[in-house]
Design a protein around this ligand. Structure first.
Ligand SMILES: NC(=O)c1ccc[n+]([C@@H]2O[C@H](COP(=O)([O-])OP(=O)(O)OC[C@H]3O[C@@H](n4cnc5c(N)ncnc54)[C@H](OP(=O)(O)O)[C@@H]3O)[C@@H](O)[C@H]2O)c1
Length: 286
């Protein structure tokens, strides 16, 4: 393994930034992408001066630019060995408040963009009969919660496609893995997006209780979580080094627990249980 070329998306903050510290060792050469308006995130960062790192600006929704990043990397260093689709956004909105543009934005960043990058990387991996694709999913890709329909839909889509890819690419020794973090003790909740309709709403929305209770609930669970962006990055790095990585990996301890709850409880009971534990549920819709 003289050199391993890794492409990681969404590196300006959170898990993506933490991943760079893990890959900051031989034999990795890392193409780290950031949103164009976050290009200054690496100002003064020694990583930007390290010849094994190449910081590129990329909006994952810009397919042409994504293809360009892959082909530029091939010219400079060679084909990508490990693709880590980490970039993601999260709309916090009830279904009724989402517009078609909001839905498209959510799907573009969390599903269509990653799928395009995967398609760009597969041919060279197939030729070399080696490669790995790591898609950062979420517990939201296994269980849906109110105000997170679109986010869950995008991660469910990523999960479905990754499962199909696992079968499709295994004959060429290309491993596909989904890493599912649950609640992370980070400030990522500050970046949640609200649909235009929600932003324009006054306090009289019939969904006020949904929004208020869910936001507080999620922020509280995130603040209580012992898992951090660094610990999730560590799990992803471990997957990148495994000989035979599994299709699904829990990125946090709660993700493992949620997985068993979802798997073991009968569906009807699971939904009922989740419903009654939603904060302030008796007051929703009143
Ligand atoms: N935090 C959690 O609790 C949690 C839980 C489960 C799963 N996840 C998943 O983990 C992944 C990383 O999230 P994180 O927690 O590290 O949150 P984060 O700090 O918000 O990181 C997300 C990264 O994606 C980038 N990004 C956003 N839109 C993009 C676009 N259109 N094109 C390219 N990059 C874009 C962001 O860039 P900017 O910094 O410039 O905005 C940021 O670097 C995501 O896929 C997320 O869904 C997170």
């Amino acid at each position: 393994m003289e050199k391993t070329i890794v492409l990681i998306t969404g590196c300006s903050s959170g898990i993506g930034r933490a991943l760079l510290s893990h890959f900051d060792r031989e034999p990795y050469r890392i193409v780290a992408t950031t949103l164009p308006n976050s290009a200054n995130a690496f100002d003064g960062d020694p990583i930007a001066q390290n010849p094994r790192f190449w910081i590129r600006s990329l909006d994952i929704g810009n397919h042409k630019k994504a293809s360009q990043v892959v082909s530029d990397t091939a010219k400079r260093w060679g084909a990508i060995d490990i693709l880590i689709n980490n970039a993601g956004i999260s709309y916090r909105s009830v279904v009724e408040d989402m517009t078609i543009e909001d839905e498209q934005h959510q799907m573009l960043v969390n599903y269509l963009g990653p799928m395009h990058l995967i398609r760009e990387c597969i041919p060279a991996m197939r030729e070399r009969k080696s490669g790995r694709i790591i898609n950062v999913s979420s517990v939201g890709g296994m269980m849906a919660m109110p105000t997170m329909a679109s986010y869950s839909a995008s991660k469910f889509a990523l999960e479905g496609a990754s499962e199909a890819l696992w079968y499709e690419l295994k004959p060429w020794n290309i491993h596909t893995t989904l890493v599912r973090p649950g609640f992370i003790n980070s400030l990522a909740f500050r970046k949640v997006l609200y649909s235009k309709k929600r932003q324009a709403q006054s306090q009289t929305s019939p969904y006020d209780s949904h929004y208020k209770n869910m936001a507080g609930f999620v922020e509280k669970l995130m603040a209580m979580s012992p898992c951090t962006s660094e610990s999730v990055a560590k799990s992803i790095f471990k997957v990148a080094r495994m000989k035979k990585p599994p299709l699904r990996v829990a990125g946090t301890t709660d993700a493992r627990i949620f997985y068993f709850i979802r798997r073991l409880l009968p569906r009807a009971l699971y939904h009922k249980l989740l419903y009654v534990t939603l904060p302030g549920i008796r007051h929703w819709g009143k």
